[in-house]
Design a protein around this ligand. Sequence first.
Ligand SMILES: Cc1ncc(COP(=O)(O)O)c(C=O)c1O
Length: 351
Amino acid sequence: MNKYTRKHLEQVEGYTPGEQPTESGFIKLNTNENPYPPSPRVLHALQSLNTTDLRKYPDPLSTALRRACARRYNVPGEDWIVVGNGMDEILAMALRAFVDPGDKVVTVYPTYTLYEVLCRLHDCTLHYVALDANFQMPPDLYAEQGRLCFLTRPNAPTGVAYPREEVRRFCATFKGIVLIDEAYVDFGDDTCMDFPEQFDNVIVTRTFSKSYGLAGLRIGTAAARPELIREFVKIKDSYNLNTFSQAAGLAAIEDEDYMRQRAGQVRATRARLRDTLLDMGFDVPESSSNFLLAQWAGNPDAETIFRSLRDRSILVRYFKQPRLENALRISIGTDEECEALVASLKNILAV
Ligand SMILES: Cc1ncc(COP(=O)(O)O)c(C=O)c1O
């Protein structure tokens, strides 16, 4: 650490994203991207941009996109929505807007590992409450208080969606902000998007990186009451969503049928892959997301399987941390990609 760096950053390690290989030829099942392209309307919208659109600054408030999101999320108006450069930016902004350095933030364990990194960067304390043996919300979570709680539903990397009524009960008892991260919601059965109208402390966040197949364009959203949204707007970069992303996001969200159809394909492949993995001896919780957590108690161990798959040009995610060290997180690919994965796994495990 050099002498110019802020003191609290000495202990902080940055987030390690899943591998994005620069060479081609990999089957990428490691970062929960969509295996299918975005709606054809997206490319059309991008191709329709002209040099004037590029010369000028983007709309600082992404008005058209926010309006379309409000319609699709069924919230009262665009003043209930803010957009960000990916949901990750929204998560960082939530800490900056609602949590003072030194304050307590709550989440469950295991969950999205970025929360911990963001809390360290912001110099606040993250308190974990362990999920139960089935990766469901534990009773002691209801006794917790803090300035903010990150609750991912469906959760990552487990894929489990807690019952909606449990989340509602938690929102009613928690006195700080409850941020419900719905990155994977379009691959599940229900949403908590109606909660901001019921609770003044709830923010529901979404991303275009998964179900809309637009991870490369970095578009995330938050829905909450206008008095909370105004705090995001106060602190955000003036032009946090570029012209390309605004145009692409708008085209994508207006083609709801396309997104639903692709999400349906992912769900069908997910069901088949889960059955196959169960037959092979993996323990796999039911997933409402575009990935499966495949737990493996046998030999070779999960880390070895992860490396052997990589040697065969198949990337999955391995987390060397408690409760996950015997598991692989496998993003749902196309049927062909999943068949190649299964063939390699059978080979590695000799089953
Ligand atoms: C739970 C969860 N939240 C947020 C994100 C980030 O979304 P974005 O790509 O919009 O930054 C991810 C991405 O993997 C995620 O798994």
